[in-house]
Design a protein around this ligand. Structure first.
Ligand SMILES: NC(=O)C1=CN([C@@H]2O[C@H](COP(=O)(O)OP(=O)(O)OC[C@H]3O[C@@H](n4cnc5c(N)ncnc54)[C@H](OP(=O)(O)O)[C@@H]3O)[C@@H](O)[C@H]2O)C=CC1
Ligand SMILES: O=C(CO)COP(=O)(O)O
Length: 333
């Protein structure tokens, strides 16, 4: 039997994933913008978020959350982190109790500091929650380039069943039972991508980028393990894999934000010129609070936070990191 998919969120990644699942399963995508919904239904395109991409013709779009989720056997959350709670609350009355809810967003909720699957479990305690994550730049996947992802769920049987819904051609989906580690890997790497982007924008060089990626992996692993993730997860697709892709790609929105900061642009100006989300900007705030709570040292994330929110310059961030005492590679810092 083919599982029916209801995906909430019509941006670049939501549309890409819906177009992939539509190859395997009947899929409806919800977007709040009627023009986008009509364009997907009539022309099988979403030019605002995926220019020049042809979507799977069987993909249907709707402006009705009810229509999208009421018959779905799998719900996929494709809206940015700060909107997930509101959209899921709206969908809640129509979602059947046993239906798995899979998060695509890579961020943490401001104020509550919660991961997205924690919010799903809070709103829908009876529904199994999971995350699809990994090195998955939408702008490559929608053109059919090979990529690997991870579906993380506590229940391996459900994850295996969903593997077949999301896997498609060159999009290879592995399973993992470490939901905390996979979800944190995706959220925390965005801050490090802002850091490498900043270095690239300021012409810091390839060695600097490699150092930031490697030491960045070390600090996000420290926090991730303190919060309950498995160390091995951060060496996998959801950790190192996503970190490398995002930190070294001009297609990444987080890298773009950093790059423009490195070129001397102001954050407000950069954000106002983008029509897509860069989750790392808000996640940096949450991560500073978590680092304090779990007493974990995160020097790169801290320097990025100071540039984003305390008026520090890119040069200040560079000096801050250089001043940091060098210890053993196995120790924090
Ligand atoms: N793009 C990528 O390569 C990848 C992205 N992700 C993650 O997926 C998540 C979504 O990203 P992505 O699709 O790229 O984001 P985009 O910025 O491309 O699109 C955001 C989408 O969410 C909608 N949206 C925003 N706020 C609300 C709201 N309050 N209520 C309803 N809809 C809302 C937007 O609608 P509208 O057009 O009406 O504003 C738009 O459809 C992010 O957390 C991102 O980190 C994960 C892997 C890859
Ligand atoms: O998470 C992503 C790739 O895996 C997308 O990164 P950006 O949000 O920085 O574009």
């Amino acid at each position: 039997m083919k599982l029916k998919v209801g995906l909430l969120g019509g941006g670049s990644w939501g549309t890409t994933v819906a177009s992939l699942t539509a190859k395997n399963s009947p899929t409806i995508i919800w977007a709040r913008d009627e023009e986008i919904v009509n364009e997907i239904n009539e022309f099988h395109t979403n030019e605002k978020y995926l220019p020049h991409a042809k979507l799977t013709p069987s993909l249907r779009a709707s402006t009705s959350i009810k229509e999208t989720v009421e018959d779905a056997d799998v719900i996929v959350m494709g809206v940015p982190s700060q909107s997930l709670r509101k959209v899921l609350e709206e969908a809640k009355p129509y979602i059947r109790p046993w239906v798995p809810v899979i998060n695509l967003a890579k961020g943490l909720e401001l104020n509550t500091k919660k991961r997205m699957t924690e919010i799903i479990e809070e709103i829908l305690p009876e529904n199994p929650a999971g995350v699809l994550t990994g090195p998955n730049l939408a702008k490559e996947i929608h053109f059919g380039k090979a990529a690997a992802a991870v579906i993380a769920m506590v229940d391996h049987n459900i994850a295996s069943r969903l593997q077949t819904v999301f896997s498609s051609g060159l999009f290879r989906v592995y399973t993992n039972d470490d939901v905390i580690g996979c979800e944190l890997g995706g959220a925390l790497k965005n801050i490090i991508a802002i850091a490498t982007g900043m270095g690239d924008g300021a012409n810091a060089g390839d060695n600097t980028r490699a150092a930031i990626i490697t030491r960045g992996l070390s600090e996000l692993t420290r926090l991730g393990v303190a919060m309950g993730g498995k160390k091995s997860t951060f060496a996998g697709l959801a950790g190192m894999g996503d970190l490398v892709a995002t930190c070294s790609s001009s297609k990444s929105r987080n890298h773009h934000v950093g790059f423009q900061l490195g070129r001397g642009k102001k954050l407000e100006e950069i954000i106002s010129e983008m029509n897509e989300v860069a989750e790392g900007v808000k996640t940096a705030k949450v991560v500073m609070e978590l680092a304090k709570e779990y007493q974990v040292d995160m020097p790169i994330s801290r320097e990025i936070y100071k540039v984003l929110y305390e008026g520090n310059t890119v040069n200040d961030a560079f000096k801050g990191l250089i001043k940091y005492e060098v210890g053993s590679e196995k120790e924090p810092g």
